[in-house]
Design a protein around this ligand. Sequence first.
Ligand SMILES: N[C@@H](CCC[C@H](N)C(=O)O)C(=O)O
Length: 279
Amino acid sequence: MRFTKMHGIGNDYIYINCMESTPDRLPELAIEMSDRHFGVGGDGIVLICPSEVADFKMRMFNNDGSEARMCGNASRCIARYVHDHGLTDRKRISLETLSGIKVLSLNMSGDGEVESVTVDMGEPEFRPELIPVHTESGRMVEEVVKTSQGEIKVTAVSMGNPHGVIFVDRIEDVDFDVLGPELESHAIWPDRANIEFLEVISRSEARMRVWERGTGETLACGTGACASAVAAALTGRCDRKVTIHLRGGDLAVEWGEDGHVMMTGGATEVFDGIYYRQH
Ligand SMILES: N[C@@H](CCC[C@H](N)C(=O)O)C(=O)O
């Protein structure tokens, strides 16, 4: 099976071109290929498929085999892939995902190279039943949640997938390896959630560390950066245009007055190869 390894600021997935055919037993394939010792190694797998309603369709599986409804970094990488591999000559590409159609725009340099990709991520969702999150309030904004490390305030946002954002004074002081998995599977989330710890630096900058549902810590999470930017604006900590510094690099996020969240960042192809399926 041919594959291409790509990353969006360190959030690395294995991309499989499924325009002609799709492999079977996808959850098992994701676990097997993502293994960093016995497989290719990655945070999961991403399928690039034909679509009846958009230019392309994305399916993505975390490295525990669970399928996600949306992935910000993978969306940018798909734009880069279909451009670089000659699957389209469009600079604006529509992408069907399990959370709706997203529009990807390639930002080109003067000499015709792809410099970055902007994704229109749509509007954030706060309605608890659609995130989903259990809460008595109409929106979960800095609501106290009990953990083994004490009470923590969580803001719940969906960017097509569920996120819990926690504002912290210093990221270094967070007991990340304990709180990440504990909050991912906390009883407030019916379907688990991605967890972001956010240290606000100024009205236009913040640092983020993410524990992803189904993967654990990743170097970056596009939907997580968007959820964090929205939570920071919603609580008055930041303006609607921010740079989020992640362990793998930076993402520019803008929550426009029309309600749409625009995310811009890099997308890089690292290598391609042929994989021999193990099981
Ligand atoms: N890394 C991603 C999000 C991947 C899916 C997530 N772990 C989930 O299960 O919802 C991103 O860049 O958005």
